[in-house]
Design a protein around this ligand. Sequence first.
Ligand code: ISL
Ligand code: CA
Length: 558
Amino acid sequence: KENIKWWQKAVVYQIYPRSFQDSNGDGIGDLQGIRQHLDYIQKLGADVIWLNPVYVSPNLDNGYDIADYEAINHEFGDMQAFDNLLTEAHDRGIKIIMDLVVNHSSDQHPWFIESRSSKDNPKRDFYIWRDAVDGHEPNNWGSFFSGPAWKLDTATNQYYLHLFATGQPDLNWENKTLRDAIYKMMNWWVDKGIDGFRMDVISLISKPDNLPDGPIPVGGTYGDANSIVANGPRVHQYLTEMRQQVLNNSDLMTVGETAGVDIENAKRYSALDASELNMIFQFEHMELDNNPNPALGKWNDQPVDLIKLKANLSKWQTELAGKAWNSLYWNNHDQPRIVSRFGDDSPEFRVVSAKMLATLLHCMQGTPYIYQGEEIGMTNATNYHLEDYNDIEIKNAYDYLVIKEQLIDAQTFLKYVHAKGRDNARTPMQWSANDYAGFSTVQPWLKLNNNYAEINVETALADPDSIFYHYQKLIQLRHELPIFTTGEYLLLDSDDAEVYAYKRLTKDEELLVICNFTKEGQIRLYPIPDAAELLLSNYLDDQHELLRPFEAKIYRFK
Ligand code: ISL
Ligand code: CA
């Protein structure tokens, strides 16, 4: 009855190219490596691949610092390799969306090299330059990667803004020439035949006039820039302009990464009338297990509170229904592994709890995203020592929290990084029990998780009861049954701290989804008609009101 768009029924598979498959023995994943696994992605059933950045970059932040938006980083291959990948994906009916990183560029981008060269360079205004105030930074903002968000550039004795690393200067979206250059670049990719964009921190592109100070968290040093910059004064105007200049030129899928988004802004970014984007990534459910000490931010090792998780996910389900569209994710290249985080990665419960988490997410309304390795239940890497990490966020946080401010000791920091560090997601993909997990023929760029002999694709594909086939089944269900896309979401028992149960409702049928979040048995009685069909479960039989550890069930009935 409704007008369902292709991307509303689609399931996305996210690839972090550096860590997916090395094809030429240099220890770094590449485009040719992705081509080798298109059959695998097709077998899983995903409709779309989101590629993390593959452009020319000095790799200070693994490609999120772009020096040339229209060329492929030589480590990954060349434009011919990209074109081949796109063609072969399309041949299999798989679309590809690209990462668009335009809140900032690399400091090695020709725009910035020109911009910093003199105050009257035509590109000066492509970035955000300010004089010192009383001999220090123009305002109190801290960078997302620790330390101040401003760097003094001695060539012209002015500061430039960098919300992320010093090598990631923020672009000045107020400048119309800059915006037009970005739209032109985007159209260049659209003309190549790509299928859409994932837009990095797009909620941050419009900085408020006068760049006011941010609130300093208790125990912190710098002002919180995110709360000041997110959803800035002209962000919706710029996205509407982008819609007209680029996005309407083809049937694209767009997902905005929107740090600091709230429901009201989300309804505008991802409104069903497609005036801006198709959907966004919100972060609230990823911040519920932050440290209670705001000065420590995400660095923590405590489990999430299920009641809060329910309230949060349910809020997004209910509030956006009929007005905007959700994206559904547990994992990406910035988040720890979900089975280690909200499930239980012990040998006893890893498989069953990974399937439970998959079930919970994939039965909701929205477009689900699967991050490479999630479909085989890859875990956090607890075999890492501090010197094994590559991620700039981890390194800067160590320098700041442990060395400079001495808020925590090194051992506590390592414990927190084992739980929350971004490199947990970036360890090489585990294809087999062979040398280097089949990822490469040499030592990979980033240390492997040492559990690859047990957890790998080859083992998963050989076991009909594996997590992989559970994801495959969930994707099939979404493709086949419209209720997964259209059904109304209804949370049951919001104050149940052990079991997450909800319904999806249409006028002629219902789904009942029951997920036990504990490693204990639970007794719950939900009214289910005798004729109810058990669509999927992570146990071999159904014991009705007795829920076994991490049991997850989907019933369907009229
Ligand atoms: O990763 C985070 C917390 O651990 C976030 O603060 C993250 O930096 C934020 O979500 C923005 O992420 C995106 O932009 C960054 C890049 O480092 C991330 O990989 C990317 O997903 C800067 O481009
Ligand atoms: Ca390689």
